[in-house]
Design a protein around this ligand. Structure first.
Ligand code: ADP
Length: 389
C-alpha cells in the first residue's frame, strides 16, 4: 500500500510517498518558506539527486498543489494519505479517518496550536479535492500522550478556568515516541519495560513509556515546555512572563516570539540554534557555547529523572532525532550527568555512526542505553494502513 504522508508546519510542508509494506520511500521533500519571500521546494526521489524548485508558495494549499503535480510524475499510486496534526486536543486519543466531523475538530482545537492546525486543516481539505476517493487519516502528535494519568497531565490552576479553556498537558512528538517504543520493544525482544524516550531535535521532549503506555512527557499545553531546545526556552518560572511584560515592557506577542524563536540553545550560545555550530564553538573555547551544551545535558538528565519518577523506575533510555541520533558529544554529556544513577556508555560504540537501532551501553550499565533513529512518517503510514488498508 502506497501512503502519502503530509506534515504541514507553520511555514513548511513536508511530504513523503512510501510503500508501507516494504518501507521503500519513493520520494520526499519539503516546501519551505510558505508565505515568506524566497519560497522553494526541496525534492528528492529514490536513487536521484536532490532538486531545488524555486516557486512562489503564498499558502499551504498552493504548496499542496505543487506536491500533487510533482508526485503525479512518479507514476506511483497514492492509496491513502496520512496527515500529521500537531494538536489533537481532546478529540484524538488515537488516529482517525478524515470526515467533515473530524476535520471540524482539527479546526475547533486550533486555538491551542494556531500556527499549525489551521494550515494542516487547509491541507487536508485540499487533499480531499486533489485525491478524490482516496482516504485521509489524521494522526495527532498529542494522541499518544492522552493516556498520561491525571496527576501528571492536570495543571494546578482553578478548575473552572482549566475546564473552560481545556488546559492540560497535551505534549507533542507523540508519533515519534510511539515509534521509538515500538522499535525498542522489537530490538530488546520485549525485555524493555520502563523506557525514557529522548527525542532530541531542534524541538526536544522526553517521554516516560511503561509497557507501551505513555505515563508522562516533558512538553505541556504547548511544545514550549520542558527541555531547552534550538530556539525555545523550555520551562521557565511562569512569572517571567509577567515580569517581561510589566517591567521589560514587552507585549505578549513579543514574549511569545522571544520564548519560541529567540531563546534556547540559540540564546545561550549566542551563536546558533544548531548543535553542530555550538559544538564547534565549544571546541574552540567559546564559553557561551560550552554553557549551552552544559545546560542542555543538565536539563535533559534532570527531566530524565522526572520521567523515571512517573514509572517508579527505568530500565532503558533511547536517544533519537537530530541531536540524539547524531551527536555523540551530547549523548555522552547527558550520560555523564546520569552516571550517579548507574548509566554508563561504551565510548567506542557511542562514536560509531549508523542508521540502525543500536545499544551503546557499557556492559556494567544499570540502564540500557540505545540509539533509535525515529521514523514518524512510517508510523503515520502504519496508522493509515490500519485504518484504511
Ligand atoms: P526537527 O525535526 O525538530 O527540525 P531534527 O530532529 O531534524 O529537528 O534535529 C535537528 C537538529 O539536529 C539540528 O538543529 C542539529 O542541532 C542537530 N543535528 C543534526 N545532525 C547533527 C550532527 N551530526 N551532530 C550534531 N547535531 C546534529
Amino acid at each position: 500500500m502506497n501512503v502519502l504522508v503530509i506534515n504541514a508546519g507553520s511555514s513548511s510542508l513536508k511530504y513523503q510517498l512510501l510503500d508501507v509494506d516494504t518501507r521503500e520511500v519513493y520520494a520526499k521533500g519539503n516546501c519551505e518558506r510558505i508565505g515568506i519571500d524566497g519560497s522553494f521546494i526541496g525534492h528528492e526521489e529514490m536513487g536521484g539527486d536532490k532538486q531545488k524548485l524555486v516557486v512562489e508558495l503564498p499558502d499551504h494549499k498552493t504548496a499542496m498543489k505543487y506536491v500533487n503535480e510533482i508526485l503525479s510524475k512518479l507514476g506511483k499510486t497514492v492509496d491513502g494519505i496520512g496527515h500529521r496534526v500537531v494538536q489533537g486536543g481532546w478529540y484524538f486519543p488515537e488516529s482517525k479517518v478524515v470526515t467533515d466531523e473530524t476535520l471540524g475538530w482539527v479546526r475547533e482545537v486550533a486555538p491551542l496550536a494556531p500556527l499549525h492546525n489551521y494550515a494542516e486543516a487547509d491541507v487536508i481539505e485540499m487533499c480531499r479535492d486533489l485525491y478524490p476517493g482516496i482516504g485521509n487519516v489524521i494522526v495527532a502528535d498529542s494522541a499518544f500522550h492522552y493516556s498520561i494519568p491525571e496527576r501528571a497531565h492536570r495543571y494546578a490552576l482553578p478548575r473552572d478556568v482549566v475546564d473552560k479553556l481545556h488546559i492540560r498537558k497535551y505534549g507533542a512528538h507523540g508519533t515519534s515516541h510511539r515509534f521509538i517504543w515500538r522499535a525498542v520493544d522489537e530490538f530488546t525482544n520485549h525485555t524493555a519495560h520502563k523506557l525514557v524516550s529522548c527525542h532530541l531535535g531542534s524541538g526536544a521532549s522526553l517521554c516516560a513509556i511503561e509497557d507501551g503506555k505513555d505515563m508522562d512527557t516533558t512538553m505541556g499545553l504547548t511544545p514550549l515546555d520542558g527541555l531547552i531546545m534550538g530556539t525555545r526556552c523550555g520551562t521557565v518560572d511562569p512569572a517571567t512572563v509577567f515580569y517581561l511584560q510589566r517591567v521589560g515592557g514587552y507585549s505578549i506577542d513579543e514574549i511569545d516570539n522571544m520564548m519560541n524563536k529567540q531563546s534556547g540553545l540559540f540564546a545561550v550560545s549566542g551563536v546558533s540554534s544548531d548543535s553542530r555550530d555550538i559544538e564547534d564553538g565549544a571546541a574552540k573555547g567559546d564559553k557561551n557555547c560550552q554553557m549551552a551544551l552544559d545546560m542542555f545535558s543538565y536539563r535533559t538528565a534532570q527531566l530524565f529523572c522526572e520521567m523515571a519518577e512517573a514509572m517508579h523506575g527505568v530500565d532503558t533510555m533511547a536517544f533519537s532525532a537530530g541531536i540524539g541520533e547524531n551527536s555523540s558529544a551530547m549523548r555522552a554529556g547527558v550520560c555523564r550527568e546520569l552516571e550517579w544513577l548507574g548509566v554508563k556508555i561504551d565510548e567506542e560504540k557511542n562514536n560509531v555512526r549508523s542508521g540502525e537501532v543500536r545499544d551503546i551501553s557499557a556492559p556494567d550499565s544499570k540502564i540500557r542505553v540505545l540509539i533509535v533513529p525515529t521514523d514518524e512518517e512510517y508510523m503515520i503510514a502504519l496508522d493509515v494502513k490500519e485504518l484504511l488498508g
